[in-house]
Design a protein around this ligand. Structure first.
Ligand code: NAI
Ligand code: 3PY
Length: 328
């Protein structure tokens, strides 16, 4: 088989790098690092395949890559990629659906528990030496079990969150998605437990509103002041999808002047979160540094699937996980 040129733009585990090197000429160059940018720029015009994540593969970058056949993202989200240009040039876009669902759902549940039971705040109280008497009602939390969960986005990860909520915590689940899911064939265990619900009704009924949405033209800024205003008093908001689906000013206003009780955020409009962002230190926000899939096992599984996708595409085979660039 012809050896092609592969540009790895974010570190891969050694075993996956070795799979690529066995079949192709591989350059590892991270364009975020000053010391590696020249190597990236030199390799890009020759590259047949790109593999990596968390870097914008935009129109300008694609214009510098005339030989490109495939881009393999080590992520399920594809908001960093210029989908229209990829489609127009017939460049395959691959991603990593499925292998991270349970891990991301665990992270979202950690945020649900942490916000509702004030885990970080009360742990800090102990660390600060301020646990000098039994805590009083002012520091009590709220139950999670039995409460109503409203899910914005009910895809692979949304359904994994719903399973935890419905089957583990006895929570009724309402969901909002582009279309209802046929639970009988896709998630029979959620039949009678998760209900496709108009957005206004979901927001009026949910104790927890969890966003697990991709970022696209249709979801950018979708969670705005009107959405927060429609939530029930004392609701908790969790975002595990993408930060830019939320209007962060509206979120802050809902925390400070509205009735939102708390927010748990794994993702932000700008990442890393700027030091000046009020969300960083807000007393009722539990912020995380985008760790949804960040376990050893899952990050390795993502790298393995992304490597397989790339090898298959360069061999002229249909990769295991192609993103349909026309569908976004
Ligand atoms: N925090 C983290 O580390 C992670 C975040 N993510 C984010 O989560 C997203 C979702 O992942 P999956 O569940 O695998 O995707 P998916 O494609 O299986 O599900 C997406 C869901 O969002 C719904 N949706 C899309 N556009 C909508 C709109 N305009 N209005 C209402 N619903 C809409 C779809 O109908 C579907 O139910 C990813 O695209 C990624 O951005 C994914 C993995 C890790
Ligand atoms: O896969 C993604 O889209 C992430 O955000 C990180 O796992």
């Amino acid at each position: 088989m012809t050896r092609k040129n592969v540009l790895v733009f974010r570190e891969l585990p050694d075993d996956q790098l070795a799979r690529l090197q066995a079949a192709h000429e591989v350059t590892v160059a991270n364009p975020r690092l000053d010391a590696q940018r020249a190597a990236f720029d030199a390799a890009l015009p020759l590259a047949h395949g790109l593999i990596g994540s968390s870097f914008p593969v935009d129109d300008a970058l694609l214009a510098r890559a005339p030989r490109l056949e495939v881009v393999s993202s080590v992520s399920v989200g594809v908001d960093n990629y210029a989908l229209a240009s990829l489609q127009a040039r017939g460049i395959l876009l691959c991603h990593t659906p499925g292998v991270l669902d349970e891990t991301v759902a665990d992270t979202v549940f950690a945020l649900l528990m942490a916000t509702s039971r004030r885990v970080v705040e009360l742990s800090n109280l102990v660390r600060d030496g301020a646990w000098t008497k039994n805590i009083g009602e002012d520091l009590f939390g709220f139950d999670v079990h039995g409460k109503t969960l409203g899910l914005l986005g009910f895809g692979r990860i949304g359904q994994a969150i719903a399973r935890r909520a419905a089957l583990g915590f006895g929570m009724p689940v309402l969901y909002h998605a582009r279309r209802p899911v046929d639970l009988a064939s896709q998630a029979p265990e959620l039949q009678g437990r998760a209900v496709h619900t108009p957005l206004a009704e979901l927001l009026a009924r949910a104790d927890f509103v969890v966003a697990m949405l991709p970022l696209s033209d249709s979801t950018r800024g979708m969670i705005d002041a009107s959405v927060f205003a429609a939530m029930r008093p004392g609701a908790v908001f969790i975002n595990g999808g993408r930060g830019a689906t939320v209007q962060e000013d509206a979120l802050l206003a809902a925390l400070d002047h509205g009735t939102l009780r708390a927010a748990g955020l794994d993702v932000f409009a700008t990442e890393p979160l700027p030091a000046a962002s009020p969300l960083r230190t807000h007393p009722r926000v539990t912020p995380l540094p985008h760790i949804g899939s960040a376990t050893h096992e899952t990050r390795h599984a993502m790298a393995e699937l992304a490597t397989t996708n790339l090898l298959q595409a360069l061999a002229g085979e249909r990769p295991a996980a192609v993103f349909d660039t026309a569908s976004a």
